[in-house]
Design a protein around this ligand. Structure first.
Ligand SMILES: Nc1ncnc2c1ncn2[C@@H]1O[C@H](COP(=O)(O)OP(=O)(O)OP(=O)(O)O)[C@@H](O)[C@H]1O
Ligand SMILES: [Mg+2]
Length: 232
């Protein structure tokens, strides 16, 4: 058994509709180790979100398999998959999805409740908000924070329950370029400090250098460039 935390093996995804079939992913293969930042790049429509959703057990491949820590998620029951999403994975989306009626602290604490963590919650929430540079904004409501600050709360929320994987779909798309670089750097630091494996999608070529590993998609196909597709 390899020590990769995510194994993607021969994944295909075909969307069927009245107007015919569309193959969004063609034979994708990757081994992603623990504690690295992986950047999933490619043009709009290349299949990035489709692949991220499959890794996060939000969607099912038409054929092929995804293993998380050696476990085939296609063989899990729906309840096991739900548990995987709540406990082992943290999600960050393009548009921030904080609960508007909860302040920063409560938003982060909520994901820990969902993951069933009862002990040491308050301390961990403070630690995570400090990690994203928001130690002084814990009581702010989402409406009282900038877009970048809200995205950092969402990142604190994704890490608080100590998942082994964070999946982030265009987490920097709505940020200016300085803030986008900062968030990417923050992800990189988190992989080291928290030993979490982060997979983020982006079109922003300025952010690629931060990645330990790059997976590039073109029309649903993986482009293999040996110099960038291995862990450095
Ligand atoms: N539910 C669906 N039914 C049919 N086609 C779909 C569906 N979801 C995605 N697609 C198609 O699959 C392709 C890949 O979509 P996907 O959302 O993965 O692209 P992406 O790389 O994330 O693009 P973007 O950068 O714009 O977010 C697109 O051509 C899209 O139209
Ligand atoms: Mg997308």
């Amino acid at each position: 058994m390899s020590d990769s935390i995510i194994t993607i093996s021969g994944v295909n995804r075909i969307f069927s509709s009245a107007s015919g079939d569309f193959q969004a992913l063609k034979d994708i293969n990757a081994e992603i180790p623990g504690g690295v930042l992986t950047i999933l790049k490619g043009r709009s429509g290349s299949g990035k979100t489709t692949l991220l959703n499959i890794i996060g057990a939000l969607d099912t491949p038409t054929s092929g398999s995804v293993f998380i820590q050696g476990q085939n998620i296609g063989k899990m029951t729906e309840k096991q998959r739900e548990n995987l999403r709540r406990v082992q994975i943290g999600f960050v989306f393009q548009s921030v999805s904080l609960i508007p009626s909860m302040n920063a602290f409560q938003n982060v604490e909520f994901s820990m409740r969902l993951a069933g963590i009862n002990k040491g919650r308050e301390e961990r929430v403070r630690e995570c908000l400090k990690m994203v540079g928001l130690g002084s904004r814990m009581n702010h409501m989402p409406a009282e924070m900038s877009g970048g600050e809200q995205q950092r709360v969402a990142i604190a929320r994704a890490i608080a329950h100590r998942p082994s994987i964070i999946l982030a779909d265009e987490p920097t798309a709505e940020l200016d370029s300085a803030m986008a670089a900062e968030v990417t750097q923050l992800f990189k630091e988190m992989t080291r400090k928290e030993n979490v494996s982060i997979v983020m999608t982006t079109h922003d070529t300025g952010l690629m250098d931060a990645g330990d590993m790059i997976i590039e998609l073109e029309n649903g196909q993986q482009i293999i460039r040996p110099e960038t597709s291995t862990v450095m």
